[in-house]
Design a protein around this ligand. Structure first.
Ligand code: NAD
Length: 719
């Protein structure tokens, strides 16, 4: 019973009229970002609807694969995002519109997209879609009215839970919380046409029921006792780290104000907070790392347009230990048939059981059915003979971190696997080019360095060997996406980007103990900066022995330059104190609680005597600066050596792989925030103040010096 169809003169918003209902479908591919052109088109379309007396209701939806991807962030820097009509204007217009408005959301509606939907009178959500307001994770708060509109719909507590965490909300929860008014049933929406039909039917039923317009200005929002409690709980929790939680704390204030002031005043308050937060270092850092993650894994000149990928239909993992089984779980999750190989039936059986236990735990938590566990385990095959890997498209080696063992594995793989199979190593530190050579097919060899636990950590360091082919590299970068990882490409050097740099952080942590700081002091200083865990607690957890073995392949570069290098870790290792697994390391462990290990201080004193180091009181600033600025300096060396493609890749590795605080943006971003000239000045200070040790390790990188000096020159010119 369609009675009139007309294409809006502006193709960006397609207009279809069905009786007294008009459908406005936003049509700016690929994802309906709310850029100025779309905002103008929507504003014009609303004007024409307003002037047409035949129309009683408007359905706002997306013409393409989703409703909208929200604000167009590329307009932020130029200020175009603020140009009229901006998103805030549009939301206000929709909120006070004289005709019934219904947002029909499919795909997803995050950030600005949900703000637009919240400004409509009613919301219909496709049952597989998600909504959310993730702005806090970018260091800001929603800025087009959601902090005032959402609490009026859901109540204060629910609005806080959604916004402060910035989490995605599935359709059924969105309905329960009143974020939306109706969710389609799974069987009535299969394609876009039927979703539009559902949206029309819903709107017509609202008209038939004479459903009232719902202007937010007329909707009251009360703070009930439970809300009061929730507000206090959030503040208490967030106040523990006010710097880290700046945006979240402001979000709590903004949401509270929805109950304390009229809408117009609340909206003004919200925009004041947004402007304030946009200038904060936290927002800069969080937005930097957000973009860095999207940029990571892009290789200049290498795309799916100019390079074909190899098909990955089945994979194998050699070594069924901690990492091998975690890696296998990634592949199973991507529905890839996976072979697990180890040296003996018993070893591979243990690995297989570890995977099974993982899935059994998921079942106990109600996340999987017994049938699903069975289906997943059916993808995993155990084996002990390399011939069984003959048909695998990709093999990931995860055996002991020992070059001889790995060489023999690569030789065996070269013999057993198809010539076009990709041979990958999960080595943390060893020379990938050496392994490539032992395979006799260097172009097919690559590093896929997973982080532990491999099935949870999102980071994947993809190591590009000297001879790795572009095709192999591109295939692995695409595979990373398939297994839900963030790939960052590294060149070949000891430890690649992540472990090469963390070695420097560790070096300072160890040395500071010899100079008189306690492990607790060192860890606390690092945590005060925002690290998830201090280095010494981390090494106690990972194993002091692991670090000692990893350094073994780099001894000449480290120990020959400095006889105090990691000396404290070596003594603990010789004493059999490996950390948590032996009950003693940098800390002693009683009932899983870390307490001070007096003997570490005794060992430190005797090492200090032996090496002529005078112990002294060391302040928090020195601990933080020595670890952090040495790390940054090494980051510049990594760039100098062309091991990383860009500084932001290093930031991604540190934030995702080493617990570096996202709100600091990673070490390289932090260096620019604090000022490179300042970093250089402090490096030079330690270079001179720490005598021979300083001369050995605190020599500033040439690239850092050049950039810091260029910055200083520019500052002088512009002042
Ligand atoms: P692990 O000791 O838990 O497991 C190693 C497995 O390899 C064992 O099951 C062993 O039987 C098997 N193995 C040894 N030699 C073999 C051979 N010749 N053929 C087949 N299987 C063999 O070790 P892990 O912690 O899983 O480490 C494996 C690799 O992953 C190492 O290169 C390590 O540096 C790297 N890595 C480890 C971590 C970590 O945190 N554990 C993180 C990243 C990378």
């Amino acid at each position: 019973m369609k009675n009139n169809t007309e294409q809006s003169s502006d193709l960006l918003v397609r207009r279809d009229q069905w009786g007294d209902v008009v459908v406005l479908a936003m049509n700016l591919p690929p994802v309906n970002r709310m850029s100025l052109s779309l905002r103008v088109a929507l504003d014009n379309a609303l004007t024409s609807v307003e002037q047409d007396d035949r129309i009683k209701a408007v359905v706002l939806m997306g013409a393409g694969k989703l409703f909208s991807a929200g604000a167009d962030v590329s307009e932020f820097a130029s200020g175009v995002a603020l140009q009229s009509p901006n998103l805030r204007d549009l939301c206000n217009r929709l909120d006070s519109f004289s005709k019934l408005t219904v947002a029909a959301v499919h795909g997803s509606a995050f950030g600005g997209a949900l703000e637009l939907a919240l400004a409509c009178d009613y919301r219909l959500l496709e049952c597989n879609s998600k909504v959310g307001l993730p702005e806090v994770t970018l260091g800001i708060i929603p800025g087009a009215g959601a902090t005032q509109r959402l609490p009026r719909l859901t109540g204060i507590s629910a609005a806080l839970d959604v916004m402060v965490k910035g989490r995605p909300v599935k359709a059924d929860e969105a309905l329960r919380l009143n974020i939306v008014d109706q969710v389609t049933t799974s069987d009535n929406v299969i394609d876009k046409q039927s979703f539009r039909a559902a949206a029309l039917a819903y709107t017509q039923s609202l008209l038939a029921q004479r459903a009232p317009l719902r202007h937010c200005a007329d909707m009251a929002c009360a703070i009930e006792e439970k809300d009061q409690r929730r507000l206090s709980e959030w503040r208490l929790q967030l106040d523990a780290n006010p710097e880290q939680n700046l945006a979240a704390l402001k979000c709590v204030d903004a949401v509270e104000s929805s109950a304390l002031m009229p809408l117009a005043q609340g909206l003004n308050n919200e925009s004041l907070i947004v402007d304030q937060l946009a200038q904060s270092p936290q927002a800069r850092a969080l937005q930097h790392i957000f973009w860095a993650e999207r940029e990571a894994g892009r290789i200049p000149g290498l795309t799916t347009n100019n390079q074909e990928q190899l098909p990955i239909r089945s994979v194998a993992v050699v070594g069924s230990g901690t990492m091998g089984t975690g890696i296998a779980i990634n592949f199973i999750e991507a529905n890839l048939p996976t072979r697990l190989l180890d040296t003996s039936t018993e070893a591979v059986e243990n690995g297989w059981l570890r995977v099974l236990n993982h899935y059994q735990r998921q079942r106990k938590k109600g996340r999987l059915t017994a049938e699903q566990v069975h289906q997943k385990m059916a993808l995993l095959t155990k084996c002990t003979h390399y011939q069984e890997l003959a048909e695998s498209d990709l093999v990931v080696e995860a055996v002991f971190e020992n070059i001889e063992v790995k060489r023999s594995v690569f030789s065996a793989l070269a013999e057993a696997c198809r010539p076009d199979a990709i041979l990958a190593s999960n080595t943390s530190t060893l020379n990938l080019n050496d392994l490539a050579e032992h395979s006799g097919r260097s172009a097919q060899v690559i590093g896929l360095h997973f982080f532990s636990p491999a099935h949870i950590m999102k980071l994947l360091e993809v190591v590009r060997g000297e001879q790795t082919s572009d095709q192999v590299l591109l295939t692995c970068l695409q595979l990373a996406k398939r297994i839900n990882k963030t790939p960052v490409v590294s060149g070949v050097c000891w430890g690649f980007i992540g472990n090469r740099m963390i070695e420097v952080w560790g070096r300072e942590s160890y040395r500071l103990i010899l100079e008189g700081a306690t492990p607790k002091q060192i860890d606390s200083a690092q945590q005060a900066f925002g690290l998830a865990m201090g280095f010494l607690s981390m090494i106690d957890m990972a194993g002091i022995d692991v670090g000692v073995h990893a350094r073994a392949s780099n001894r000449s570069n480290l120990y020959d330059r400095d006889s105090t290098y990691a000396a404290i870790a070596d003594v603990l290792y010789e004493q059999g104190h490996y950390g948590q697994k032996t009950g003693k390391g940098f800390y002693a462990y009683r009932d899983k609680q870390a307490i001070e290990n007096e003997s570490v201080l005794t060992v430190a004193r005797s090492l200090a005597d032996a090496h002529g180091i005078e112990q002294r009181n060391i302040c928090e600033q020195e601990i933080q600066e020595r670890c952090l600025f040495a790390l940054i300096n090494e980051g510049y060396r990594v760039l100098e050596d062309e091991i990383a493609y860009r500084a932001s890749d290093i930031d991604v590795i540190y934030c995702q792989g080493f617990g570096f605080p996202r709100w600091r943006g990673g070490p390289m971003h932090y260096a620019r925030e604090v000022g490179l000239p300042y970093v250089l000045q402090r490096l030079r200070h330690y270079q001179h103040a720490l005598g021979k040790y300083g001369e050995t390790w605190f020599q500033p990188s040439a690239k850092l010096v050049a950039e810091a000096e260029a910055l200083e020159r520019n500052t002088l010119v512009s002042s």
